[in-house]
Design a protein around this ligand. Structure first.
Ligand code: SF4
Length: 121
C-alpha cells in the first residue's frame, strides 16, 4: 500500500506570505492527526534542489498521493512537472493548497480540508 505524504513549502521562510503562521506547528498538528504517512518542510521546492528533492522522494514509487501546501496549486503543478516526470510520478497523484497569508490555525484547517477531500480546489 502506497504512502500519503505532505510537503509544506515556505518560499525560503523569508516571504511575508508565511510570516503569520508557525510552519512547524502546522506540520506538528498534521502529524498528530495521522492523516498522512510522512510530513516534511522544504524551503523552496521550485528551486533546482527542490526539483532534486521531489525526484529523489518520488522515484521509489512508494508515494500513493502527495499533498503540497504552499503557493497556488496551479503554479505548483507547472513548477513540479519536470520533477514528477523525472521520477515517473503521475501528476494526478499530487494535489496542492495555497496557504499563503494564513495563520497557523487557518493553514492547518486548509491542509486538513485538502487531505480529507473537503477543499474547494
Ligand atoms: S513552490 Fe511555491 S511556496 Fe514553494 S518556494 Fe516556490 S513559490 Fe514558494
Amino acid at each position: 500500500m502506497g504512502k500519503k505524504g505532505l510537503l509544506l513549502c515556505v518560499c525560503q521562510g523569508t516571504c511575508p506570505s508565511f510570516q503569520a503562521m508557525n510552519i512547524f506547528e502546522v506540520a506538528n498538528a498534521l502529524r498528530r492527526e495521522k492523516l498522512v504517512d510522512y510530513v516534511a518542510v522544504h524551503p523552496q521546492l521550485c528551486a533546482r534542489d527542490g526539483d532534486n528533492f521531489l525526484t529523489a522522494l518520488l522515484a521509489s514509487n512508494e508515494t500513493e498521493h502527495l499533498y503540497v501546501a504552499g503557493c497556488d496549486p496551479m503554479m505548483q503543478a507547472k513548477m513540479f512537472r519536470d520533477a514528477f516526470e523525472a521520477a515517473k510520478f503521475d501528476g494526478s497523484k499530487a494535489s496542492g493548497v495555497d496557504i499563503r497569508n494564513m495563520t497557523t490555525e487557518q493553514a492547518i484547517a486548509a491542509v486538513k480540508a485538502l487531505i480529507t477531500g473537503q477543499a474547494a480546489n
